[in-house]
Design a protein around this ligand. Sequence first.
Ligand SMILES: C[S@@+](CC[C@H](N)C(=O)[O-])C[C@H]1O[C@@H](n2cnc3c(N)ncnc32)[C@H](O)[C@@H]1O
Length: 224
Amino acid sequence: MDDDSHEHINHQWTDDHAEQFVKRMEGQLQSRYEPFAKEIAKIYLEYRISENPKIMDLACGPAFLLMEIHKRIPNASFLGVDASKKMIKYAQQKLEEYSVQGIEFKQGKAESIPLEDNSYSIITCFNSFHDFKEPKKALSEVHRVLEKNGIFILKDKNPSYPKWKMKIYFYFLRFKMGKQRAKHYYQSSHHWISPQRMENWMRELNFQVKFKSKGVDYIVVGQK
Ligand SMILES: C[S@@+](CC[C@H](N)C(=O)[O-])C[C@H]1O[C@@H](n2cnc3c(N)ncnc32)[C@H](O)[C@@H]1O
């Protein structure tokens, strides 16, 4: 399947769902957010983005990724955009708890980002793109909001990861997060966006595309 249709499961980011997500992820600051933030800081240097970049994290959730990037690119200005008002409240709470300053938030949807054209140097998105109802539209919004030569750094789940390796990974998840969550993870896999499909969409929008990794997740950089 390589057309533009995208089978979508609406996860309904309800308030309860948001609360559980924040609790679960807070225990994974070092194992999950720190490594990706390090990779982002490396990519920032590689692409020679300006000294004071404007960074926006799309579907920022509780802002754990932003907090980790903030430590590594301190001269930047930061904005988190998320569709859920409740999630933004959690993000603001977490910034207070961790005494982090200088990160702003805006409520808005990826499919119609509430920001001006050509206004951001770096847009990141972690583990969320497959959740968007209209991911291709979201990608064109990312392109619109990026300034010329600006970069989009996306990390998302990889449905093209070999099935036998995926099975081993699911056993690991069962052990790590319990049967129920691993099952949910497995069931959601059919609506993940393959790296090939993402690359096609990016090229259609005139992004320069470079993959950084393709494992159980993939990291891709799209430059405008
Ligand atoms: C799995 S969480 C990931 C949050 C964050 N990126 C992280 O890794 O901690 C998905 C997030 O996407 C947000 N979201 C879902 N659909 C969205 C949309 N169409 N536009 C913007 N945010 C959306 C949810 O509110 C939620 O915070």
